[in-house]
Design a protein around this ligand. Structure first.
Ligand code: PBG
Length: 426
């Protein structure tokens, strides 16, 4: 059943990285058709002739004409009878069938029909895998995110990326756990060319040149205040001064080899400023995925534990959006489009499907959805407690994000879900 629900179209663009043996791509039936190129001597024209092969012309005995004549003469061969109607259990009421001219269940009656009429597909190519990195050599489990680790940037990370690529996930986004001693109020470590993120990008690009690396642009992992921007004495997050830092951060990441920089800070005007800064440094080909509609959500709790990046005071409500707001997402989207964003992101994911659909309908740009840490941890916890089927709920949640209109999904389930998709019988 599940295999028809999640009928993955595993058509990976870079087949090289795929190690997934059960993957079956689209195969055309060319073996039954021969394409012959016939040179025409008299004119200089060449014409293409397509001929059916004679692979089917096996002789069984009687000719077509003899078979037809036999049937016409009343000598009809036997075929199995129509099976009897399956019996209903005793006690089933005997009724007149409802007079319905539309019965939607007809199109769901079999796995084949359901697969034929499935409207949305999901494949490992849709996933971006968020990975936590640290300076250590060991991988440290993250308590609030079962199955996730702070990965050693030189060891565990490389192994995790190799596993992801083997099942068709070739896009990652990096989140650094920055040593406390390197944090300050202006987050200057964010643009250290030899900091953890730029170093890691260089290492990854050296080993996997075709890996697509997304980076997070925001000051919180680097800020001694745990905020995405610079905090003034009175608690105000300073917008334009923060944008200045973010531009330096994005350029530093681009210099190291980042493919897509992703401002998640929600300062006003940062997309345009970052675009200009990248272009001025010659990074015209580096993309911007803007966290367009990022809500002030409690679903980020486990992530902040992972990076030890909780705001030291207050909350993020003066820059992240109010979860009660829908129209405001359009204001952000229009700005980001005008400022040159390449991808618009909605975050969190599942509780914000209406926002994903809104941006999908109102913008021609690709839409990303972030299934955030809290969403991940709830599914994991429910699975561990045997309250839900973790794997099925995981796949359903991802499919629903796609159905709502997300092209790509940032999800901590990327490796697990891609492995599931690749192992499916097709
Ligand atoms: C940092 C950032 C956050 C997340 C992604 N980038 C945390 C925050 O805004 O507080 C959250 C991701 C998650 O919860 O999985 N700006």
């Amino acid at each position: 059943m599940a295999s028809t629900l999640f009928n993955a179209s595993c058509s990976f663009p870079s087949i090289k990285v795929i190690d997934c043996k059960s993957y079956v791509g689209l195969r055309s039936n060319v073996s039954q058709v021969r394409v012959a190129s016939l040179p025409v001597a008299t004119s200089q024209r060449r014409s293409l002739v397509v001929r059916a092969s004679n692979g089917h012309a096996k002789k069984l005995g009687r000719s077509d004409a003899e078979c037809e004549a036999a049937v016409a003469a009343g000598d009809v061969p036997e075929a199995p009878p129509v099976p009897p109607k399956p019996a209903a259990p005793a006690g089933t009421p005997v009724i007149q069938p409802l007079n319905l001219n539309r019965r939607p269940r007809r199109n769901r009656a079999s796995p084949t029909a359901r697969a034929a009429f499935q409207e949305t597909d999901i494949s490992p190519a849709n996933f971006v895998y968020p990975l936590f990195i640290h300076e250590g050599e060991e991988d440290t489990p993250i308590g609030a995110m079962p199955g996730c680790y702070r990965l050693g940037w030189r060891h565990g990370l490389l192994q995790e990326v190799a596993k992801a690529r083997a099942v068709g996930v070739n896009s990652i986004v990096l989140f650094p756990k920055v040593p406390e001693a390197l944090k300050n109020p202006t987050g200057d470590e964010a643009y250290n060319d030899n900091g953890l993120v730029p170093r890691t990008i260089r290492l990854l690009k050296d080993k996997y040149p075709d890996l697509i690396i997304y980076t997070d642009v925001a000051l919180d992992p680097y800020s001694s205040d745990g905020h995405d921007g610079i905090v003034r004495e009175d608690g105000v997050i300073m917008n334009d001064e923060t944008v200045h830092q973010l531009c330096k951060q994005a350029v530093s990441q681009a210099r190291a080899g980042a493919d897509v920089v992703s401002p998640s800070d929600m300062m006003d005007g940062r997309v345009g400023a970052i675009r200009a800064a990248l272009d001025a440094e010659g990074f015209q080909n580096v993309s911007i995925m803007s966290y367009t509609a990022k809500y002030a959500s409690s679903f980020y709790g486990p992530f902040r534990e992972a990076l030890d990046s909780n705001p030291r005071f207050g909350d993020k409500k003066t820059y992240q959006m109010n979860p009660a707001n829908y129209r405001e997402a359009l204001i952000e989207a229009r700005e980001d489009e005008a400022e040159g964003a390449d991808i618009l992101l909605v975050k969190p994911g599942l509780p914000y499907l209406d926002i994903i659909r809104l941006l999908r309908d109102k913008s021609p740009l690709p839409i990303a959805a972030y299934q955030v840490s809290g969403e991940y941890s709830m599914i994991k916890a429910g699975g561990v407690l045997k309250m839900i089927d973790e794997e099925k709920v995981m796949m359903e949640s991802l499919m629903c994000l796609r159905r709502a209109g997300a092209d790509i999904i940032l999800t901590y389930f990327a490796l697990q879900a891609a492995t599931y998709l690749c192992n499916q019988k097709r």
